[in-house]
Design a binder for this molecule. Structure first.
Ligand code: AMP
Length: 414
């Protein structure tokens, strides 16, 4: 299958050529034809499968016909990072279309977003909270929306956004095309899909695909020895770029600092960072100036770095599903990756849940020469404690206006 089979508008086809995609990915092969026909689609696919272009390309194709200056496509995503990534994908794919895309999310000033909306955009990529603010203040007109995309709907459910999503949908024209993407289908998301999709076509790429290119290993260790084990493991492992997950943002910050002290180019990504610092940590990781990024599940949503060689679960995730999401970030496409998980005595149940999902027993490893019996030092109380479960939060609003207020781009030919 070639992109030319889709018979896309020449300006959209030119965008694909410019970005260098040679062939559609499986999710694109399956999703693009029904989306082009105007059908509703339910897509079961993880980040890393090419799902963004699977909905972005047919949307750009549709928007090439019809008026400019109205919001005609609305994409709702759970996090600012994912919204930015979708926006950036649209901007790079759609350069020759001259269509305009705007991101809308909290934590940054409202006025630049209002100004951009007044100037006219065709595509809005939004997080639910800030979009509702615009709806309530009547600073956005959604009456011309022809296509709605709900991306990572399962994450939106996890983060408590489904009521907001339902509220947003009430403000959209009933006559529209709706596309819903999720990596998993919890009951509430299935229910939402049933309510809002009309005779949907279901497309699916199996979760097992990205996972099968990943080697999984468990490292049983006492809580207080995790940092020492991590440093030892990093010393003995050939890594390209490493994404490390902790359970709380405090632990992410502390661990980031400890890694830096040990001489690694490391940054941490946690909810307390300003949007500027968050973006610079992400950009630095993507560009390779940081080799290690430490993050919580929420802060890491939507991170798309194709060169991640290792995902290390410093703390066990809360669900097997969260494990799949974390690991989905390594082993993309034809690359292979390693997924290391530190487990303590308390994690037995979660290990069994993960093994059930993977359909395999995961190898237990010990590191030669590492002193697993070392007693707990008096000082480092923080890492000896069992981490508390984090509260799931809505998007943080940061009072101070920031430089990077929102991104809007006219997609134009170079
Ligand atoms: P996504 O699942 O949308 O986050 O995409 C994952 C990665 O695959 C991104 O870096 C895309 O730029 C890349 N990608 C998407 N479609 C293709 C394609 N047809 N060929 C090569 N790379 C692609």
């Amino acid at each position: 299958m070639e992109f030319s089979n889709f018979d896309l508008h020449p300006n959209v086809a030119a965008g694909i050529k410019a970005i260098g995609y040679l062939r559609p990915t499986p999710i694109q092969e399956q999703a693009i034809p029904p989306v082009l026909k105007g059908r509703d689609v339910m897509g079961l696919a993880q980040t890393g499968t090419g799902k963004t272009a699977a909905f972005a390309l047919p949307i750009l194709d549709r928007l090439m016909r019809g008026p400019r200056g109205h919001v005609r496509a609305l994409i709702v995503a759970p996090t600012r990072e994912l919204a930015e990534q979708i926006h950036e994908a649209i901007v790079s794919l759609g350069k020759p279309t001259r269509l305009r895309s705007l991101t809308i999310y909290g934590g940054v000033g409202l006025s630049p977003q209002v100004r951009s909306l007044r100037n006219g955009v065709e595509i809005v990529v939004a997080c639910p909270g800030r979009l509702l603010d615009h709806i309530n203040q009547r600073t956005i007109d959604l009456s011309h929306v022809e296509v709605l995309v709900l991306d990572e709907a399962d994450r939106m459910f996890d983060m408590g956004f489904l009521p907001d999503v339902r509220r947003i949908i009430k403000h959209l024209p009933a006559q529209r095309q709706t596309l819903l993407f999720a990596a998993t289908m919890p009951e509430d998301v299935r229910k939402l899909a049933h309510e809002i999709l009309r005779a949907p076509v279901t497309v699916q790429v199996h979760y097992a695909e990205p996972i099968s290119t990943v080697a999984h290993a468990l490292y049983p260790v006492d809580q207080h020895l995790k940092t020492a084990l991590l440093l030892e493991l990093l010393r003995h492992t050939d890594t390209e770029s490493v994404l490390i997950f902790t359970r709380t943002k405090h632990r992410a910050k502390r661990l980031g600092q400890q890694l830096e002290k040990a001489g690694y180019r490391a940054a941490s990504l946690q909810g307390n960072l300003s949007q500027n610092r968050r973006q610079s940590a992400l950009d630095g990781f993507r560009a390779g100036s940081y080799q290690i990024l430490v993050a919580t599940d929420i802060a890491a949503r939507g991170i798309d770095v194709s060169s991640i060689s290792h995902v290390i679960n410093y703390d066990m995730p809360d669900t097997a599903d969260a494990y799949t999401h974390r690991i989905g970030r390594t082993g993309r496409a034809a690359k292979t990756g390693d997924a290391f998980t530190f487990t303590t005595r308390e994690d037995g149940e979660m290990v069994r849940a993960i093994e059930r999902v993977l359909g395999n027993r995961v190898e237990r490893r010990t590191l030669d020469g590492f002193d697993y019996q070392k007693p707990m030092p008096g000082r480092d109380i923080e890492f000896a404690r069992l981490p508390r479960k984090p509260q799931q939060r809505r998007e943080r609003k940061i009072a101070k206006p920031l430089n990077r207020s929102s991104s809007m781009a006219r997609i134009q030919s170079s």
